[in-house]
Design a protein around this ligand. Structure first.
Ligand SMILES: [Mn+2]
Length: 194
């Protein structure tokens, strides 16, 4: 997989309350996007804390990651912070399976044969998350394109340009969408992988 990203803070802020991680692990990838509640320094504090928890967990477990365990660790670790929306995605290239878990306003979709978009669970990591959070799983096919973005990027767009072979690069695609659909009043982050 090759990834492209676009990230910028809300117009009136110097730092972004969004944070992301794209980590190559044995036989796959772990991609995480965290949107700390609100924006500014307190939001950034929450998102960076979540990110360091996820990074440490994934570094330890590698391909054996359990997204529910990662969520539980974040939920406990974020107590006392603003809290955050979190999107976690694991691509297992050995068994060719995507897994994802999302709590709050983070959007994930994968362009495969069709457009797949797992439904996020309601909640704020650090405050309240449902007892059981669904982990979506579906097959990976070579050429699948992943798009993961925070709610600072408007959802009402279609990806009306080709990515990859003969089209724009994932980096260009992330920048195009981020600039065109980014909301000025919120931190905007988008990750595209293919
Ligand atoms: Mn946001």
């Amino acid at each position: 997989m090759i990834f492209g990203t676009f990230a910028r803070s809300a117009e009136e802020e110097l730092v972004s309350g969004d944070a992301y991680l794209i980590k190559e692990i044995e036989d796959g990838w772990l991609i995480a996007l965290v949107d700390g509640l609100g924006h500014g320094i307190a939001a950034r504090e929450a998102s960076l804390k979540a990110l360091s928890i996820i990074d440490a967990y994934v570094s330890e477990y590698g391909p054996q990651v359990d997204l529910r365990d990662a969520l539980r660790l974040c939920h406990n670790g974020l107590a006392g912070t603003r809290g955050a929306a979190i999107g976690l995605c694991h691509l297992d290239l050995k068994d060719c399976i995507w897994s994802s878990l999302i709590v709050g306003n983070v959007t994930l979709f994968v362009f495969s044969d069709e457009r797949l978009s797992p439904i996020p669970a309601a909640g704020i990591v650090g405050y309240r998350v449902p007892k059981i959070v669904h982990v979506a799983k579906w097959p990976y096919y070579a050429g699948d394109t992943l798009v993961l973005h925070s709610d600072g990027v408007k959802e009402d767009y279609s990806m009306d340009f080709p990515v990859g072979d003969g089209g724009v690069s994932v980096r260009q695609a992330a920048e195009l969408i981020g600039k065109k659909y980014g909301v000025k009043t919120d931190d905007a982050t988008i990750i595209i992988g293919r």
